[in-house]
Design a protein around this ligand. Structure first.
Ligand SMILES: [Zn+2]
Length: 175
């Protein structure tokens, strides 16, 4: 059954277009978090590849490690590779990709993910911006790239603060 316009499979209003998830690791409490229930904003039609821009403050080995974390939770990815010539990092044309780059405009916000979701609740691309390679942050941002929003649950991976976050993956397994 195809959801009617304005609804997704959860029966809530679909969010179509650009979604920016800003994560506030390390700087106080998340005023924006109001719910302990984790909402999945969309899903990929095909496993996304991951391109690591030259500007990204993480190594390929770290990205593979973070992808493996999600793989173990039941998610699949395509190829993981460093920036290539004529790359999405330069062209901005990133359909089907998760792009990892640096964070340029807000040094006090060490992570954010921008998602593009269509009216079928499909994630078409995701761009992760990192300030630096802090513990858990890439795994957390990959969670956004897979469609997961924030939760106020203490100790959970998708809690947006470093102090209150952790490695709990309750409700976000894909199996
Ligand atoms: Zn976040």
């Amino acid at each position: 059954m195809t959801p009617s316009p304005g609804e997704n499979s959860f029966g809530t209003a679909a969010i179509v277009g650009l979604i920016i998830l800003i994560c506030i690791f390390g700087i106080g409490h998340a005023d924006t978090v109001s719910s302990s229930k984790i909402k999945r904003l969309g899903q990929w039609e095909f496993p996304p590849s991951i391109e690591i821009c030259l500007s990204a403050p993480v190594t390929k080995a770290k990205v593979i490690e973070a992808a493996q974390f999600w793989y173990d939770l039941g998610y699949k990815f395509g190829e993981i590779y460093p920036q290539r010539p004529n790359s999405s990092c330069d062209t901005g044309n990133m359909n089907g990709q998760i792009l990892i780059s640096n964070y340029v405009h807000k040094a006090s916000m060490p992570g954010e993910t921008i998602l593009y979701i269509n009216d079928q609740d499909q994630i078409k691309w995701a761009k992760i911006r990192l300030e630096q390679d802090i513990s858990r942050i890439l795994e957390h941002e990959l969670g956004h790239a897979l469609g997961w929003s924030h939760t106020s649950q203490v100790g959970h991976l998708m809690n947006p603060t470093l102090e209150d976050g952790g490695w709990d993956t309750t409700s976000i397994k894909n199996k």
